[in-house]
Design a protein around this ligand. Structure first.
Ligand code: MSP
Length: 644
């Protein structure tokens, strides 16, 4: 099996932003996933360099469009490696092979009578680089660019798109996966229920010269979309390369909903006219919004990938984007949301599981993964769930449901954390009769972590390499891991030596990055939301509330702190063991607290009180008489559960 996956080629009128990064990360993750399934993959991205927009931007910059395009195109090319994005090909529409092939195609389609000269009057949106229909306007303006289109009347060449309308409707209906998610397929079918107009595919040189000349009329350049869409085939060597026939039949495009129409209507009909099969699948995602508005240069609310990388690191950014957006729907970006994900999903759930398991293997088994002994029901449950997770993850990834794939992985992380609590390795370690049991538990944890690391490789390449190396693998072995040969339970070899390293993810405070003025300024620029929150004094937003990591903590031990009447030292399970200091000694006897479940703020900065460091705070109420009562739960909740 093989895959050819593409992103849109981005306009070179502006630097890359988070929206471009998202689509490209999706394509990269999917290509890494397919490689993990041992498939042969080609992944292409690139830049779209002709047309009005670029000519205008170059004019403003006072340089030739090609020089301008060179400059911005290299910014895109250079942005990707820092996001761990590894395309196999970066295409530019100014590449010689592309230009020549576009001309050959135009000539062919013209010769067969599918391109004709006509006249056109219409409403042209420069932002969209296309004519809009009256129906598409909202209050007389383009809804995407908030500008009124310009009425234009001129002679132009047209592609007989209408001729292929019935074929296209039929193709979409017969191939339910052709456009996904379904809402976008329905949108296209609804558009196609009205008669399709022919497509204007030229611009007179009197108005625009920055484009590919029509081979049959030198007074015109090619409409940028007709030129740009063809990148998907020139990038794999159409017409002569052997690569072309192998990859074209497995082509999948990823785009956002802004460019649905060119991809779902112009492109398949163009392919039909060229005499080629349509692409296999079109994956359409929603917008990253900031305060309900689409992030875009024209609105001026862009988030730059460099700022995110500096503050969060590549794996957190990738994980966040894939986990937070439900593919197909819009999602909202804010630095608070990223911090919350890093603290709860990455530092707390995954990071804690990893460090607890490795610390225990180190402490109780001299750093060597032991051989498992007889399995108990809890072990079988964990192993069964881990294998099911691999199946579920694979199905969701194949469906482009990245958030669901990650949910499946986090379910096993949570189960493994519970498994630690219920099997209590620290208790087993004290009893020589329980050595076999301890070995089984430690082995199962190492094996679960191996599988978690394996499936997370496409999403978090750096972290999963660290995980694999800590679990005793080499970089080379790690690069050869795949789901086909290594997705089963029980492949960790007993006897392997683990390598304890630093924790995978730090816990972030509200403000991240360097605590300099400059750093703080950066965070504010990144999120207009935080400005809004500042002005709403007294009220908290849901995002503010989400910053608090509230957890159920079960009190294991309690003792008075010497020289203090007020303070108790508590050890709680949440689900990991932590020490807390609580000012409740006047109201509670230590022995009355054992076994109680209380609510704890888990992401509070550690503080030292009377020589004891407290890693969190438990919640209590104090009434007007000064009486204190601890927060309590009805009971029976798994320690460490989130309180929301
Ligand atoms: N050049 C055309 C595409 C030609 S493909 C043959 C183009 N370029 S673009 O630079 O405007 O890129 C649009 C794409 O960037 C979107 O389809 C999407 O992939 C990505 N995004 C831009 N802004 C985005 C958001 N705010 N949210 C999500 N994706 C966004 O259109």
């Amino acid at each position: 099996m093989s895959l050819y996956i593409t992103t849109p080629i981005y306009y070179v009128n502006a630097r890359p932003h988070l929206g471009h990064a998202y689509t490209t990360i999706i394509a990269d993750t999917y290509s890494r996933f397919k490689r993990l399934c041992k498939e042969d993959v080609r992944f292409q991205t690139g830049t779209d360099e002709h047309g009005d927009k670029i000519a205008e931007a170059a004019q403003t910059a006072g340089i030739h469009p090609k020089e301008y395009a060179d400059r911005i195109s290299s910014m895109f090319r250079e942005a990707w490696p820092s996001l761990a994005i590894r395309p196999d090909n970066f295409i530019r529409t100014t590449d010689e092979h592309h230009v020549q092939t576009v001309q050959k195609i135009l000539q062919k389609v013209h010769d067969q009578g599918d391109i004709y000269l006509g006249s056109y009057s219409g409403l042209y949106c420069r932002g969209c680089e296309r004519f809009l229909t009256e129906k598409e306007l909202v209050d007389g303006k383009c809804p995407d660019h908030q500008t009124a289109p310009t009425p234009i009347s001129e002679s132009n060449y047209f592609f007989r798109m209408s001729k292929y309308q019935d074929w296209l409707i039929d193709h979409i209906q017969k191939n339910p996966d052709f456009i996904t998610p379904e809402r976008y397929k329905n949108e296209v079918l609804s558009f196609l229920s009205e008669p399709l107009e022919d497509l204007c595919i030229s611009r007179p040189k009197s108005r625009l010269t920055w484009g590919i000349s029509l081979p049959f009329d030198d007074d015109f350049v090619t409409y940028v979309w007709f030129d740009a869409l063809i990148n998907y085939i020139t990038g794999i060597g159409y017409p002569d390369s052997e690569k072309f026939s192998g990859y074209w039949e497995v082509a999948e495009h990823v785009i956002a909903k802004d460019i649905l129409k060119p991809h779902a209507i112009y492109w398949p009909t163009m392919l039909r006219a060229i005499g080629l099969a349509p692409y296999k699948r079109l994956h359409v995602h929603g917008y990253w919004n900031i305060n309900e508005a689409k992030m875009s240069k024209s609105i001026g609310n862009v988030v730059r990938p460099e700022a995110l990388l500096q503050n969060f690191g590549v794996d957190t950014v990738r994980y966040f984007l894939l986990r937070e957006m439900s593919f197909g729907l819009d999602a909202s970006f804010s630095d608070e949301n990223i911090i919350a994900r890093q603290n709860s999903d990455l530092a707390n759930d995954l990071g804690n599981l990893f460090s607890r398991a490795l610390t225990m293997i180190n402490k109780f088994a001299n750093g060597i993964v032991p051989a498992p002994a007889d399995l108990e029901p809890a072990d079988k449950e964990l192993a069964g769930a881990a294998v099911n997770m691999v199946t579920e993850y694979t199905a969701q990834m194949n469906n482009f449901a990245f958030n669901r794939a990650l949910q499946a992985v986090w379910a096993i992380i949570s189960l493994a954390n519970k498994y630690i609590v219920s099997s209590e390795p620290w208790v087993l370690a004290k009893d020589p009769a329980k050595t076999d049991r301890l070995k089984t538990v430690l082995y199962n944890l190492a094996e679960t972590l191996r599988l978690i690391g394996l499936v997370l490789t496409p999403v978090m390449p750096e972290t999963t390499l660290k995980m694999a190396m800590a679990l005793g693998s080499t970089e080379d072995e790690h690069s050869r891991q795949n789901l086909v040969d290594h997705g089963e339970w029980g492949l960790t070899a007993p006897g392997v030596k683990i390598n304890l390293g630093p924790s995978l993810f730090p816990r972030l405070e509200k403000k991240v990055g360097a605590p300099t003025k400059d750093g703080q300024k950066k965070m504010k620029e990144m999120s207009p939301k935080s400005k809004e929150a500042e002005s709403d004094a007294g009220l908290v937003t849901f995002d503010d509330f989400k910053k608090l990591d509230l957890r159920v903590a079960e009190i294991k031990t309690a003792e008075k702190i010497k020289k203090s009447d007020r303070l108790l030292k508590l050890t709680v399970m949440a689900p990991e063991e932590r020490t807390l200091v609580a000012g409740i000694a006047e109201y509670y006897k230590p022995e009355d607290l054992i076994g109680r479940q209380v609510i704890m703020v888990a992401n509070l900065k550690p503080a030292k009180l009377m020589g004891v460091t407290s890693h969190g705070m438990i919640l209590a109420a104090r009434d007007e008489q000064g009486r204190l009562s601890l927060s309590a739960l009805a009971g029976g909740v798994t320690p460490g559960s989130k309180v929301s």
